[in-house]
Design a protein around this ligand. Sequence first.
Ligand code: ATP
Ligand code: MG
Length: 428
Amino acid sequence: MGQYRAVRGMVDVLPDETPLWQMLEQTARDVIGAHGYSEIRTPLVERTELFARSIGEVTDIVEKEMYSFADRNDEGLSLRPEGTASTVRAMVQHNLIQSAQRVWYMGPMFRYERPQKGRQRQFHQLGVEAFGVPTPDQDAELLLLCRQWWKRLGIDDVVTLELNTIGSAESRHAYKGALTAYLRQHVESLDEDSQRRLETNPLRILDSKSAATQNVVTGAPAMAAFLDDESKAHHDQLCELLGQAGLSFVANPNLVRGLDYYNKTVFEWTTDRLGAQATVCGGGRYDGMVGQFGGNATPAAGFAAGLERLIMLLQTLEADATEPPDLYVISADSNALSRAMLEADRIRTEFPGLRVVQHLGGGSLKSQFKRADKSGASWAMVYGPDELAQGTVTVKPLRTNEEQTSLGRGALNDFLHRLERLASDIEE
Ligand code: ATP
Ligand code: MG
C-alpha cells in the first residue's frame, strides 16, 4: 500500500518550523494584549449563508473558494474562509458587542484556491476586530498595533502600508455606475476575469493584476470624486493621526479589497520580498455588518494577517527562534539512569526556566555525547560510575571552552541558578 500524503494545499508545519510560529504567535498575543483586546475562539464551521451574505455572493471567496457541504441533516455548511463573519456572528449571538468591544482570533481558514507559494487551501490568519467606535482614532489604533507587531518581529522595514477609502455604500454605488460605464467602452481590452466582473463586481477590476486591464484602469474615473463628505473627513482625520504618529503610508486609490463588507477605510500591508503573494495583512472598516447580522447597528473595524506569509517573510530575513536545551542528561548504565531521571525531574521542578532533555534508550557514553551535541544543548550532565559513587554529577560545556567540573548538590544548585538566569536573560 502506498503512503498517505496530506491533501493538496493543506500543509504540515514541521517541528523545525514551529519555533518561528510560536514566536510569531507569542509576539501577537503580547502586542494585542497590551492594547486591551481579548481573544475569541469560534467554530471552524458555520452556515454557508453567513459567509455568502457578509463576504458577498459575487466575490472570489464565495463564488469559487469555499469548502461547502451538506451535513447528514442536509444543512448547508462551510469551513470558514475568514474570521470576521464568525466573530460578528458570535458577538451578536452572545450580546457581547457592548461589553467586549475589542477582540482578536487566530486559527486556520480554508479556501479552495490554486496552491502556490504563499497561497494554501488551509492557511492561518490572526485577526483583530474592534466594535463600537465610528471615529478614525479606531482605524489609527489598529494600524499602530500592526506597526508594534511588525517592530517586535523585526519586519517593520520590509512592509509598507497601503491605504485607501472606499466611502459609504451610497457613494460606492454612484461610483460603480460611472466606473462600469467607462469600462464598458473598453470591454474588449479587459482580461476575461474582469469582463465577467464588469457585470458582477466592477470595483474588483481596479486591483486586477492583468497589465492590459491596468492600462484601461489608468484612465478610469477616480473614486475620490464620488466620495461623500463624511467619508472624506474621516479619511483626512485618519491620515492626520497617522502623520502625527510618524506612520507613513502609500495612498493607493485602486485598493478595494476582495470582500463586500468594507466601507470607508481599507488598507493592506505589503512587502516586496515575497513575489506575487505580497500582501501580509489586510483590513478596514465594516460599519454595516453588525446590523446586517441582526445586532444593533454598531460601527466596526478590523484586520486579518496571513501567518504563512509572515513566516515566509521572517524566513527570508533568516529569523531564528529555536531554543535548544540547556542541559542534556547522560548516564553510563541503568543504575546511573535511575538517579539521572530523578535528578532531571527535580531540576525541572525547581528550575522551571531550564530546558532539560533526558537521554533515553541507553547506548555508549560516546553515542550519548553525540546526541547531546546534535541536540544543540549548552551543557551535558553526566552520571557515570564515579559520580554515582561520590554523589556528584559532572557538567561538561558543549558550546564553550569552559572547564568541565564535578559538582556536589550545593554547587550543582548554584550552577543551575546561574544557568537559569542566563537563559532568561537571553529570552529577553
Ligand atoms: P489575495 O489577494 O492574496 O488572495 P485576499 O484579499 O483574498 O488575498 P484576505 O481575505 O484579505 O486576502 O485575507 C487576509 C490575508 O490572509 C491576506 O492578506 C493573506 O496574507 C492571507 N491569505 C489569504 N488567502 C490566503 C491563502 N489562500 N493562503 C495563504 N494566505 C492567505
Ligand atoms: Mg484571495
